[in-house]
Ligand binder design. Structure first.
Ligand code: PLP
Length: 450
């Protein structure tokens, strides 16, 4: 079907996520992707783009990766899907083994679902039920401590755990209450030494633990950097300090590595950089290399054991989704993870992270750039209207979108978070394409803010 017909039908039938449809249907040039190859996308008008946002933070080795394509084709000749409720399947079994081999020590069990939101809900439900069933039971431990500006997905449980006013505010009355610490990003001391910044953040967390420690079921947070909240970095040592507080007060630590997991920040998992092992770990996005929706919640044996008992004990985790453990998704994930184990993959990420630091951090000198925040190949460039008075661009100015529109003109697809230009290239991007992406980002900021 040609571009015009597709565009008409799109505007007639579809409702896009995180999109003001009123503006979308007026846009004469909506992008309609028809195919991909490597880290490039092609649209219905025949244009070619660099996939600058990793197809929403999940693409790893590019598109039409021969190894992943072959794995899915081979599996298709056997079966596409059967249930994990009351039965099992080979891809789900082998993928669970592979994930546990890669995961931080102590995590021993894999519970599948289909999206990052679900992986987070599952972790929270597990933590909640755990304290009711652990021996001796501690049913009063039913509160969750979360970080402001955190993002754990868009279903109601994960929205309750999150804290982004713009996305979550309106749903307030529908949510369960959580305790929140200030985002580390909101401390003035972040502009100074890591030591002072860390001290300020940890002092506030300690206060909450002192007051509510005995009531806390878990801390639920993103490690190193809050992603969708605007790429808000944490001080080094913060995660480790939170783990210590959890240990001291007998609180579970749930880490949401949906965005940071599988190499994004330069190590297989971000928590490795702080030597931290979570009790529950949420994974999705990169897991299938950006091919199919598979998510996983990992648990320690300690958590898992609290759910064991006779059939009649009702200690079962009563949770599951139709497509949990889907074979096509699991073989895609297996092929993706095998490619990650090829020598040089993580080294390549480190090298490309250094490239991003070298060429993007100097942008902070730009009169409309207030901050450049990077953790590995993940980060953001924050734009301001007036740097001296630290006045942001008003929301309606759509400055982030304007930068992305400029980038599209130059053959790069990106998606901003408010006034933050998001840096999330596919991990397997070539250095040549990364250099081009960096150049386009600089030029696009220059022309949009001029
Ligand atoms: C994207 C994201 C989620 C939600 O994942 P979905 O698959 O979109 O439901 C949760 N947590 C973090 C940190 C994310 O970046």
């Amino acid at each position: 079907m040609n571009y015009k017909q597709l565009s008409q039908k799109d505007k007639h039938y579809l409702w896009h996520p995180f999109t003001q449809q009123h503006e979308w249907i007026k846009d004469p040039d909506v992008t309609i992707i028809t195919r991909g190859k490597g880290t490039h996308l092609y649209d219905a008008k025949g244009r070619k783009y660099l996939d600058g946002v990793s197809s929403l933070w999940c693409n790893v080795h590019g598109h039409r990766v021969p190894e992943i394509d072959r794995a899915i084709q081979k599996q298709l000749k056997k079966i596409a899907h059967s249930t994990l409720l009351g039965a099992s399947n080979e891809p789900a079994i082998l993928l669970a083994e592979k994930i546990i081999q890669l995961a931080p020590q102590g995590l021993t069990r894999v519970f599948y679902s289909d999206s990052g939101s679900e992986a987070n809900e599952i972790a929270a439900k597990m933590a909640f039920q755990y304290w009711k069933q652990v021996k001796p039971a501690r049913p009063k431990k039913n509160l969750f401590l979360t970080v402001r500006e955190g993002y754990h997905g868009d279903t109601l449980g994960s929205v309750s755990l999150g804290g982004i006013g713009l996305f979550h505010g309106i749903f307030g009355p529908m949510l369960f209450k959580t305790l929140k610490v200030k985002s580390p990003h909101d401390y003035p001391s972040r502009k100074g030494s890591n030591e002072n910044w860390l001290r300020d953040c940890v002092q506030d967390a300690e206060k909450v633990f002192r007051k509510y420690g005995s009531r806390l079921a878990a801390v639920h947070m993103e490690p190193l950097m809050e992603g969708a909240g605007g790429m808000l970095a944490h001080p080094w040592g913060y995660l480790k300090a939170i783990r210590k507080l959890c240990d001291r007060h007998d609180v579970l630590l749930i880490l949401d590595e949906v965005a940071t997991g599988f190499g994004r920040t330069g190590t297989m998992f971000a928590c490795e950089q702080e030597g931290v092992r979570p009790d529950l770990l949420c994974l999705a996005k990169n897991l299938t290399g950006g091919y199919l929706p598979v998510a996983a919640t990992l648990a320690t044996e300690k958590v898992y054991r609290a759910f064991l008992g006779s059939f009649g004990s009702l200690r079962t985790f009563y949770h599951g989704h139709t497509f949990t453990g889907n074979q096509l998704g699991c073989v895609a994930a297996l092929a993706n993870l095998e490619l990650m184990e090829v020598k040089g993959f993580l080294e390549g990420i480190k090298e490309k992270s250094r490239m991003m630091e070298e060429f993007l951090e100097p942008l902070v000198a730009h009169p409309h750039v207030s901050d450049v925040r990077l953790r590995g190949m993940m980060g953001g460039i924050e734009l301001v209207k007036n740097k001296r008075t630290n006045t942001p661009y008003p929301y309606e100015a759509k400055m982030g979108y304007r930068v992305c529109a400029e980038a599209k003109e130059r053959g790069v697809l990106m998606r901003p978070l408010g006034n933050v230009v998001v840096l999330m290239p596919p991990l397997g991007i070539s250095k040549k394409n990364l250099a081009y992406l960096i150049e386009v980002i600089s030029k696009s900021i220059e022309s949009a803010t001029r």
